[in-house]
Design a protein around this ligand. Structure first.
Ligand code: NAI
Length: 713
């Protein structure tokens, strides 16, 4: 299979990487061997002054390592010695390239990420096109991994330790301008001028010696033992630990590889990097993160579970009912994605207020230089505020985001449908009202679906799509297409109380209240929340959601569930705080916390009076386990009840929807990692002490008995 094309042009060898069987080039053994051969050939040719390495793929140079191969490796025990040997060969090839004696330029025509950028780092110059979508960087950290082809060795030597650690630890992908500013590339050129610029540099006498191979080479900003270097390291270690509590082994591995590697020659530093890289690959975190944060999200955004046989649905015009917080957010996101939006509210002023949300955000982006006046104008021109239902004519999709009230929702559904065609779909953004019930107001219940967006819409990637009893496959497929069209990711769940995300997320908050009720110190409750890797501790989170809103939800649950309603510790706490003490959470500055005008907050000292702290306190690790397992068990119940059908949707939804600890890969991944039998054993123990909320559902017992896992069965 063809991998590289080699030709000589104006005294330069143009090596074009173009893997025939793929849409993007990926780094694998065959490609690197071909590259090695091309370098040997160019070096041997006296007419060739230098090498230009570029790609034949539109918009991308090399997308990085073959992650499917990595995932396969991570899935089971692998032969580490063999992998170390193979990685060593890659590193030696790259080293041969950078010491071949002729200048090599990476001509980056688009994405150059991970392994792709590491190859560029082993070239003597990096030139990137100024094109939309062009990105360079080392995103491995976002998947619990680290660069494994010399990235931790070359980048600090190229741009300094502090800058390199920033890029590597955060897994940043940089646009051309930013990459140039930070020194990740040497030149940015307009599209179409890439090869000319590369050749110009070679023919102008470009150096074939890397900065770190030059005599008396110095690391920019100082080496590892300089005051600056040591300060950077110490600061980074403290920061990483403060942010991750040791949950992300890759962060520590990156710091160690850089610290040790900077004291060694390049070849030996690369071997140190390999050891850390392999240790990550062998551990559970990278495996779980790779599966959910890369493959799971890719599948979800591609719509792998979209019903087939429904032709692609083009969404040109979107109607939004209710221009409040959510409606305005959806309008902004859709308009930004190029969709025409009709934003309807009870009166013109209300609708205009919703459009103002987009104005404010775009102005902010403009002030920060993130967009242009032209784009701002174009986006705003797409949002048409109105109070007239007639303007909805011709909409492909309508999203309803009026008050959370059945009657109001029924009324707007009827009025909107009167002007829609059979082809249009209607999505309700209800946070918890059953979709099947809401669809009763619809004359086309097959076209009716739940589209649960999260706030703030522009930042939250997930849309939880809820299938009502009557929702057709066609509507579901169209919903997938719409969600994708506006750049979001969909998971599909079946209609049930609180759907999936709110239901599972609620157990985390409730567990915080259970701990409070049982005499655990509030500071310990909150610190354990941070240590667990959840984005916010449970009591602070309750304040954010709003205690009055939680009280309202509890009252609604009581009505809906009747005899099946079970009082919870959170219900009691909320009743006390809102009902008797008037503490509503962040919005009135008083909740579990006191909020200061300067933006600071501290746990309310009065809590101890209402929830006396016990003499004996549990271990923080046990609390962490309770937080995570409470959510895992609820997830398993959702699967058992058919609310969610795929573990991948559970995991993607958990991480994108409410920020479930990403290092676990999501609740199903976490249960698989612990082992289902172990989960059952721990939960049986917790249930005996704490009550039936920890009782494992039959599904888990069956899986444990049969030795099944969520992902392998
Ligand atoms: P909001 O109160 O900010 O906005 C509701 C908007 O609907 C208001 O502008 C109101 O004037 C308009 N409206 C009310 N009745 C109307 C009618 N008959 N015709 C036209 N417009 C009407 O509420 P928010 O927060 O935007 O919530 C909207 C929906 O989204 C609710 O169902 C809510 O449960 C749901 N939701 C809210 C989330 C949140 O974080 N706020 C998250 C996910 C869903």
């Amino acid at each position: 299979m063809a991998i590289l094309e080699y030709r000589v042009e104006d005294g330069c060898a143009i090596v074009t990487w173009d893997q025939a069987d793929r849409s993007m080039n990926v780094v694998n053994a065959a490609a690197l061997e071909a590259l090695d051969a091309a370098v040997v050939r160019a070096v041997a040719d006296a007419d060739v002054k230098g090498i230009v390495l570029t790609s034949g793929k539109k918009g991308s140079f090399v997308a990085g390592a073959d992650l499917a191969e990595l995932e396969k490796l991570g899935a089971g025990p692998f032969d580490a010695a063999d992998l170390a040997k193979r990685t060593g060969e890659v590193l030696a090839q790259l080293r041969r390239m950078e010491t071949c004696g002729k200048p090599v330029v990476a001509a980056l025509n688009g994405l150059a990420l991970g392994g792709g950028y590491e190859i560029a780092l082993a070239c003597h110059r990096r030139i990137v096109v100024d094109a939309r979508g062009a990105k360079v960087g080392l995103p491995e950290a976002t998947m619990g991994l680290m660069p494994g082809a010399g990235g931790t060795v070359r980048l600090p030597r190229l741009i300094g330790i502090a800058n390199a650690l920033g890029v590597i630890l955060e897994g940043k992908q940089l646009a051309p301008d930013e990459a140039l500013k930070k020194g990740l590339v040497d030149e940015v050129v307009p599209e179409g001028e890439l090869l000319a610029a590369a050749k110009r540099w070679i023919l102008g006498g470009g150096s074939a010696v890397q900065p770190w191979d030059q005599k008396g080479a110095k690391v920019p900003g100082g080496g590892i033992d300089s005051t600056g270097g040591l300060q950077t390291l110490m600061g980074s270690v403290a920061m990483v630990h403060a942010n991750t509590f040791g949950n992300y082994p890759h962060a520590k591995a990156i710091l160690s590889a850089v610290y040790e590697g900077m004291r060694l020659p390049v070849e030996r530093a690369a071997r140190v990097e390999t050891r850390y890289f392999l240790s990550l690959l062998a551990g559970p975190v990278a495996k779980a993160m790779l599966r959910t944060l890369f493959f799971g999200m890719q599948n979800a955004s591609k719509g792998t579970r979209r019903p087939k046989d429904v032709p692609p649905f083009e969404v040109r015009k979107l109607g939004i009912l209710g221009a409040g917080l959510m409606g305005a957010g959806v309008a902004f996101v859709a308009a930004k994605a190029g969709v025409d939006v009709v934003l309807l509210d009870r009166d013109e002023a209300g609708a205009e207020k919703g459009r103002q949300y987009a104005v404010d955000r775009l102005q902010r982006d403009l002030a920060k230089g993130r967009t242009t006046q032209e784009k701002v104008d174009a986006t705003l021109a797409r949002i048409r505020p109105t109070a007239s239902y007639d303007d909805l004519a011709g909409c492909d999709v309508v999203v309803e985001a009026v008050f959370e009230n059945r009657e109001v929702k029924a009324a707007v559904t009827k009025r909107a449908e009167a002007v829609l065609t059979e082809r249009a779909i209607f999505g309700s953004n209800t946070s918890g009202l059953p979709i099947t019930g809401l669809a009763e107001a619809s004359v086309r219940p097959a076209n009716f679906v739940g589209m649960h967006f999260f706030s703030p819409v522009e930042r939250m990637q997930l849309v939880e799509v809820i299938r009502g009893r009557e929702t057709s496959d066609e509507t579901l497929a169209k919903t997938y297409d719409f969600v994708r069209r506006i750049g979001k990711t969909a998971i599909v769940v079946n209609d049930a109380r609180s759907f999936y995300t709110s239901r599972v997320f609620g157990t985390y908050i409730t567990e915080g209240a259970e701990l409070l009720r049982s005499g655990v110190a509030p500071a310990l409750i909150e610190n354990a929340g941070r240590i667990s890797g959840m984005p916010m501790p449970p009591l602070a989170l309750s304040d954010e959601v709003g205690l009055d809103l939680m009280r309202h939800a509890g009252e609604q649950a009581k009505i809906d569930l009747g005899e099946r309603f079970e009082p919870s510790a959170m219900g009691d706490a909320v009743e006390l705080l809102v009902g008797r003490l008037g503490r509503h959470g962040r919005k009135n500055g008083k909740g579990f916390y006191d909020y200061r005008p300067d933006g600071g907050k501290s746990l309310w000292p009065g809590l101890g009076e209402h929830f006396p702290v016990g003499a004996a306190q549990p271990d923080a690790r046990e609390i962490v386990q309770r937080y995570l397992l409470a959510q895992c068990l609820e997830t398993a119940r959702c699967i058992e009840e058919g609310v969610v059908t795929s573990p991948e949707d559970c995991d993607v939804g958990a991480i994108l929807g409410w920020g479930f600890a990403a290092y676990t890969g999501g609740p199903c991944s976490y249960m698989d990692t612990l082992g289902i039998a172990r989960v059952v054993e721990i939960c049986d123990g917790l249930a005996a002490r704490l009550g039936k909320r920890f009782a494992p559902p039959a599904l888990l017992r069956d899986m444990a008995r049969d030795g099944r896992t969520f992902y392998a069965s």
